[in-house]
Design a protein around this ligand. Structure first.
Ligand code: A2P
Length: 281
């Protein structure tokens, strides 16, 4: 038994458990290595891990990521933020101070190991939406993660003429991940060709001064969202929605879409909108 990494980081000794030469992950899992970690704010970080050759997913899906905690694997669902064509996998996470997983996960560094379940899943996928003219991707906080994958998926641009990514956060600094993502997407040699004419990034902040303030639900209800974008109000004939944020945000946004006549779709029954909650813990 060789602990492959001794660490002076408190709370991280559990990494040794899965890095011993004789560690065999459960059949449903693979052991992956962290390749990069970026801390965006005191509460947000993103990380990248190796991707097994056999791992396939649809943009917008999530997968279970885990660590050995007190000798037992502890998992939580993470939306995959990287596009399907990326060689690695990226995730965007909140740091919950007492969260059983994220309080430890936020300390990972390149070279560390994480467990990943082999089977991704989810409803926030293009397949669950009927074709339309315009797709709204409504996100708050880390709820932007699945859209980071979807706005880099060529299928999204094949299916829709306009892709409107809304991102609302409490504070200005929390928008940075999305801002960098959209800039990189538009300037990407491959996907940029699709994105530059179709992708619109619409940001707002709720607890600090910013050129645009207010919850996305209020911006929909007041009609300001549509005036700002220069588009007509929501119309089930042409508009599609995807929602990812907290439980409350999802519930309230969903109600507004339903009020506008859109109905919820699923993988086996595509319709006008889909939801996925941003997982925390
Ligand atoms: P607010 O600052 O007014 O609570 P959180 O971190 O709590 O998930 O919040 C992320 C963003 O989502 C914040 O800007 C927050 O606004 C907003 N938000 C929280 N609850 C809702 C909701 N029910 N509907 C719409 N936006 C919400």
């Amino acid at each position: 038994m060789r602990p492959a990494r001794s660490t002076d980081r408190p709370g991280l000794s559990m990494f040794d458990n899965i890095l011993t030469d004789d560690y065999t992950p459960p059949k449903t899992c693979t052991v992956e290595r962290v390749t990069a970690v970026k801390h965006w704010t005191d509460t947000l970080f993103s990380f990248r891990i190796t991707r097994p050759a056999a791992f396939r997913f649809r943009a917008g899906e999530f997968v279970m990521i885990g660590l050995m905690i007190d000798g037992k694997p502890l998992y939580r669902a993470y939306s995959i933020a990287s596009p399907a064509w990326d060689e690695e996998l990226e995730f965007f996470s909140i740091k919950v101070p007492d969260g059983p997983l994220t309080s430890v996960l936020q300390k990972i560094q390149p070279g560390d190991a994480v467990l990943m379940k082999k089977k991704p899943t989810g409803t926030l996928v293009n397949d669950a939406l009927l074709p339309g003219k315009r797709v709204y991707m409504f996100s708050t906080g880390t709820g932007i993660a699945p859209f980071a994958s979807l706005i880099r998926d060529p299928d999204t641009y094949e299916k829709f003429d306009q892709v409107i990514l809304t991102h609302t956060c409490r504070e200005v600094a929390e928008l940075k991940y999305g801002e960098d993502l959209v800039n990189e997407t538009i300037n990407d040699p491959l996907i940029g060709e699709f994105a530059k004419d179709k992708l619109v990034h619409y940001t707002s902040v709720t607890r600090e001064d910013f050129p645009r303030t207010g919850r996305i639900t209020d911006l929909i209800e007041s009609g300001k969202l549509f005036t700002d974008l220069g588009v007509p109000p929501l119309d089930p004939a042409v508009d599609r929605g995807m929602i990812c944020g907290s439980m409350d945000m999802i519930k309230d946004t969903k109600e507004l879409l339903e009020k506008a006549g859109l109905t919820e779709g699923a993988n086996n029954k595509p319709a006008e909108f889909v939801v996925e909650r941003a997982f925390v813990g």
